[in-house]
Design a protein around this ligand. Sequence first.
Ligand SMILES: Nc1ncnc2c1ncn2[C@@H]1O[C@H](COP(=O)(O)OP(=O)(O)OP(=O)(O)O)[C@@H](O)[C@H]1O
Length: 316
Amino acid sequence: MIEARNLTVAFGAGQAVRDVSFQVRPGDRIGVVGESGCGKTMLGLAMIGMTPDAAQVSGSLLLDGTEMVGASEKAWQAQRARRVAMIFQEPMAALNPIKRVGDTVMEPLMIHLGLSREQARDRALSLFEEVGIPEPEARLRQFPHEISGGQRQRVLIALALSCDPELLIADEPTTALDANVALRITDLLARLARDRTMALLFISHDLAAVARATEDMLVMYGGDIVERGKTAAVLSEPKHPYTQGLLSARPSPANMREIDGRRKRLPTIPGAVPPLASLPAGCRFAGRCPVELPKCATRKPTERKGTACHLMEADT
Ligand SMILES: Nc1ncnc2c1ncn2[C@@H]1O[C@H](COP(=O)(O)OP(=O)(O)OP(=O)(O)O)[C@@H](O)[C@H]1O
């Protein structure tokens, strides 16, 4: 079990992640959504001990009971890959262009698991098969530029799986891929999580992908979790005005509205996520929220009733 309690990632006075608490159990598939800059990547990086040097991480992160906030890089190295692994948005950037993809996957198996070259090769082959790489023997010998973007992301997924992690964090894993390939990678991640009883934290701004891959979801805004619940329930009955805004901005004919008497367009949430240092002290969404009350800018609803918005208070 992995548990974040009041996990905070700050850059000076600005908090990119503020007091975030949640639990991850084996096999959980959790989506994390929110606009760019809401803290999704920083949350993922904090959970694998890879936040930038300038970040101060506080609160608690327990990996099977071991406190990792403040842990040394050596302590993290013992946990990374085996307990938590992460894949990123741009697979080309994560691969060494002058190394055969087979070597990229085999090397950590030899170094971390002490496998011989032959054993590592066999394991790499079975990982390639598991992630759906066709003709895996031939692929092992290829360089990243010789394979497609989707295949490159599959190689990185194979690499992430190589030490059988308990949790795989996928940060916008399909953004660099075309729509069909993106769908297949999304389905692959969900299948791997189910087959391996591995937890998946699926970070995405794509609500359709989150609906497809996850059972539970967290909605982040300005570093706060503003809404959480079963993915189907949050998407069908969003309670927080920010989630409602995100859903009504989804591209779909049903969401098109006549705005200011002009032709139909998609509504957008007015304004933009403010810079960290200018986020309101109370509800971070204050200033952009359509149902804001005077108290919202200074008082965070979670501090009072365990809810993220006065609209949600009736539920608790
Ligand atoms: N090295 C850094 N120094 C200062 N602030 C940073 C640094 N890295 C990120 N931030 C800030 O932290 C906040 C959260 O960024 P983060 O990358 O986690 O957002 P995100 O939701 O993942 O967005 P995106 O979808 O664009 O990746 C942003 O306001 C960002 O500007």
